[in-house]
Design a protein around this ligand. Structure first.
Ligand code: FAD
Length: 417
């Protein structure tokens, strides 16, 4: 045998899987198609700015992050615990009253936080806040059905939660699992997410640095074939024989390599601009809920002055602004002029002096997390090949890490010497 286990894909799932296998005493080779590790967690450096490949945040409250990531050494720069919500001509800052006491009165008095909605949300979320397992026991409803059933129907839902969650889930129809959203909101309630000093790429870089075995970049796997006593993994440079393989190649590529169906996915685009002056939203995400029934009046669902929360993302004296559009909307592929117009309206400032740094279209950002929320495990497709990744758990960093870890444990249990 060339090695004990081949891991296909150096995204978060593949890296955590490899780490678990090595800790179990198995020899591991990781094969990655791309020229860097990280998969969907990547960062481009553009003109001195750090632009992640699609706006995303690291939540230190995720159990997998707490257990397996050295968050302290990432130098997490936290966002504000709340959001600025634009409704037509006005903006309101809604923020955690204890973390941001200066916004407490405005938050509690806002017509975006009617008491009826606040109580309905509390009833809806409290069991999961107390115990994460409760989310798995909740009925298998979509978010939309579940909010309706809970009587959460006022402006807190239509203008704040629906808009915020559409950006997080990359889908605007409320079709995602309500149980999954409970878990997400639990993480947001327990801690405040942020961005590493060196960009989101620092997360997979840290994980790769912990490995002792090789991570071979630019090595796309063409075939994974199982025989009675080994697995053959074929790349353009030849074949590797191993006792087992873990396919952690993301939802689309896993389906091409292993005998599993490709899940539906949701996509988004992120626009990154350099601005000479910082718009005044501070370290908060700005949500657009300007349509009368809620939701954005233009293509941009959320925008943020990234450098106000994460100064390392911009050179000194310059400012980085992101804007997110959703591919499940007809205007998801709006052009630069439309996005600039929208940003000018949202931030209440001209965007003429803004410079476009880069625009990322991430077609398969997240696997659709449809109900019911099961405690899903990595899937064996035979005796020696296992499929892992966020699509085999939950559509998140937490899901990818957990799935990778579980795959590593399962393979180690079967193949440890
Ligand atoms: C824009 C965006 C925003 C997000 N926001 C958040 C967020 O705020 N919070 C959160 O928790 N999650 C977020 N996520 C989700 C999170 O990033 C993913 O769930 C997670 O990174 C998935 O990791 P993975 O290892 O399962 O898959 P991937 O990251 O897709 O890794 C798969 C790897 O396999 C490689 N590969 C594919 N085919 C082959 C092959 N044939 N041979 C070798 N290698 C191959 C790929 O190149 C890739 O490196 C976001 C994702 C995106 C894209």
């Amino acid at each position: 045998m060339d090695t004990d286990v081949v891991v296909v894909g150096a995204g978060l799932a593949g890296l955590q899987c490899a780490r678990r296998l090595e800790r179990s005493g198995l020899r591991v080779v990781v094969l990655e198609a791309d020229d860097v590790v990280g998969g969907r967690v990547r960062t481009d450096e553009v003109d001195g700015f750090l632009c992640d490949r699609g706006f995303q945040l690291l939540n230190p409250a995720y159990p997998a992050v707490r257990d397996w990531i050295d968050v302290r050494s990432l130098g997490l720069q936290r966002f504000g615990a709340g959001a600025v919500v634009r409704t037509g001509g006005t903006t309101t800052t809604l923020a955690h009253p204890l973390r941001h006491p200066q916004h407490a009165v405005a938050t509690l008095r806002s017509d975006l936080t009617p008491m009826r909605d606040v109580l309905a949300l509390a009833r809806w979320l409290t069991p999961t806040l107390l115990r994460a397992r409760a989310a798995f026991r909740s009925p298998g409803r979509t978010l939309r059905e579940s909010f309706d059933e809970a009587g959460l129907t006022g402006r807190l839902r239509t203008h704040v939660l629906d808009t915020f969650l559409a950006g997080v889930l990359a889908e605007s129809g409320g079709e995602s699992s309500a149980g999954f959203v409970r878990l997400l909101l639990r993480s947001f309630a327990l801690d405040v997410p942020g961005l590493p000093q060196d960009g989101m790429r620092a997360l997979p870089a840290q994980m790769a640095a912990w490995l002792t075995g090789p991570v071979r970049l630019e090595s796309p796997v063409r075939e994974v074939r199982e025989t009675s006593d080994h697995v053959t993994v074929t790349t353009d440079d030849g074949t590797l024989r191993a006792r087992a393989a873990v396919v952690a190649a993301g939802p689309q590529d896993a389906a091409a390599l292993a005998d599993v169906p490709a899940p539906r996915t949701h996509g988004l685009t992120t626009w990154w601009f350099s601005a000479p002056d910082a718009p005044r939203t501070g370290p908060f995400l700005l949500l657009d809920a300007s349509r009368p029934g809620g939701g954005p009046a233009g293509p941009v669902w959320n925008t943020a002055v990234i450098s106000a929360a994460a100064p390392s993302y911009a050179p000194p004296g310059r400012h980085l602004v992101q804007a997110t559009t959703l591919l499940d909307r007809p205007d998801g592929l709006a052009d630069e002029a439309q996005v600039r117009r929208d940003l000018a309206r949202l931030h209440g400032t001209s965007t003429e002096g803004w410079e476009l740094l880069v625009h990322h279209v991430v077609e398969h950002a997240l696997p659709a997390q449809v109900p019911p929320l099961g405690d899903r495990r990595p899937r064996w497709t035979g005796e020696r090949v296992l499929v892992a990744g966020d699509h085999a758990a939950t559509a998140s960093i937490q899901g990818a890490l957990l799935s990778g870890d579980r795959a590593g444990r399962a393979v180690a249990d079967r193949f440890r010497p």
